[in-house]
Design a protein around this ligand. Structure first.
Ligand code: NDP
Length: 333
């Protein structure tokens, strides 16, 4: 019998990662210590933030170690347990990432109920992704009833929740940008966005002005670059920008210039605030409760894009950077 496999980081990518930066290897057999569980992973997350951790640069998260499995969110079933309160057959969420099997401390996992939602939801709409959207909108951007909200990366995991939750919380108009006509149609037809555009169709500032002729109150930024400059240009009095991500620059090898129009923040008394979901775990219970209600009554829907097999983890990761996903990108094992 072969041992379970894992994906390790082999070298630090410069610019776009390639398959040569990763290695799929068999892991060494490990006995359980007291307090640990063995988990057979069923689904694992590939996330844009992982690109930052592949570089040896000072960041908010530790760089991945070379020759070690890529850490990240995963959900699996417990096959062996020496941890109190966790039984064989339980599904657990953990952070050990891209591997077929994980041996992990019971104190570092969360038991999830797969009769309430599928395992994958705990990595997406009911997990870190959903909380990012909720915390960014409510706490960081201070969403108010009647706000006009713009979100980039709108057909992605975080963005699709942002748009729907903004509507649920009383936004008067929600505008999304995405990278294909299929995604724009999805935003308009399935997710209840009031307006949407393909940012590849022209200058983002022109497209945004067309979609929001009277300006915007909130911008939830997943992209940075031209999108951020366009949002500053369309900001109304007292407008708030929450910086969640900057995927347009993650593979740059040189620093890109920031918005050229920041002086607009003076006349609009606008604010730009960066945030990390990790600082907002105290909202997790509140979000989980509200999200369950929104999902039950159809206010909040979520799509997922799956790759199958650990040997496709790198393809799935590159795919999320290229925009091949609608909703949350996941690998099914
Ligand atoms: P997504 O599901 O949104 O996937 C990333 C999407 O980015 C792609 O689908 C693609 O869609 C879009 N994209 C890629 N390149 C570009 C580009 N050059 N310009 C515009 N869009 C681009 O990922 P997530 O929802 O997981 O993450 C969204 C953002 O939130 C990321 O920037 C991520 O780093 C950040 N994040 C931040 C957190 C925090 O705590 N601050 C926590 C979680 C995520 P398209 O086809 O539309 O181009």
């Amino acid at each position: 019998m072969t041992n379970p496999r894992e994906v390790q980081l082999k070298s630090r990518p410069v610019g776009w990662p390639t398959h040569d930066d990763f290695a799929l290897v068999e892991s060494a057999p490990t006995d359980l210590a007291d307090g640990q569980v063995r988990v057979r992973n069923e689904v694992m997350s590939v996330d844009p933030y992982m690109r930052g951790r592949m570089s040896d640069a000072k960041s908010y998260a530790e760089p991945y170690a070379l020759g070690e499995a890529m850490h990240g969110g995963a959900v699996g079933v417990v096959t062996e347990s020496r941890a109190d309160g966790i039984a064989v057959g339980d599904h657990v969420l953990h952070g050990l990432g891209w591997r077929e099997e994980a041996v992990v401390d019971g104190s570092a996992v969360r038991v999830v109920d797969t009769s309430v939602a599928p395992a994958s939801a705990y990595l997406g709409v009911l997990g870190m992704t959903g909380l990012t959207a909720y915390a960014g909108l409510t706490r960081v951007a201070g969403l108010k009833e009647g706000d006009v909200v713009f979100v980039s990366g709108a057909a992605g995991a975080v963005g699709s929740v942002v748009g729907q939750v903004a509507k649920a919380l009383g936004a008067s108009r929600v505008i999304g940008s995405a990278g294909s006509q299929e995604k724009v149609d999805h935003l308009l037809n399935d997710l209840g966005f009031d307006a949407a555009f393909n940012y590849k169709d022209g200058r983002v500032s022109d497209l945004l002005r067309e979609a929001a002729p009277d300006g915007i109150d909130v911008y939830f930024d997943n992209v940075g670059g031209d999108h951020l400059e366009a949002a500053v240009g369309s900001l109304r009095l007292g407008g708030r920008i929450a910086i969640c991500g900057a995927i347009s620059v993650y593979n740059n090898t040189e620093a890109a210039p920031g918005p050229r129009n920041l002086a607009r923040l003076i006349q609009t008394r606008g604010t730009i605030t960066g945030f990390l979901v990790g600082d907002h775990w105290d909202l997790a219970g509140e979000y989980a409760q509200r999200a369950a209600g929104w999902i039950a009554d159809g206010t909040l829907t979520s799509r997922e894009t799956f790759s199958d097999g650990i040997d496709h983890a790198v393809d799935a990761f590159l795919g999320v950077l290229r925009g091949e996903n609608v909703g949350k990108m996941l690998v099914r094992l």
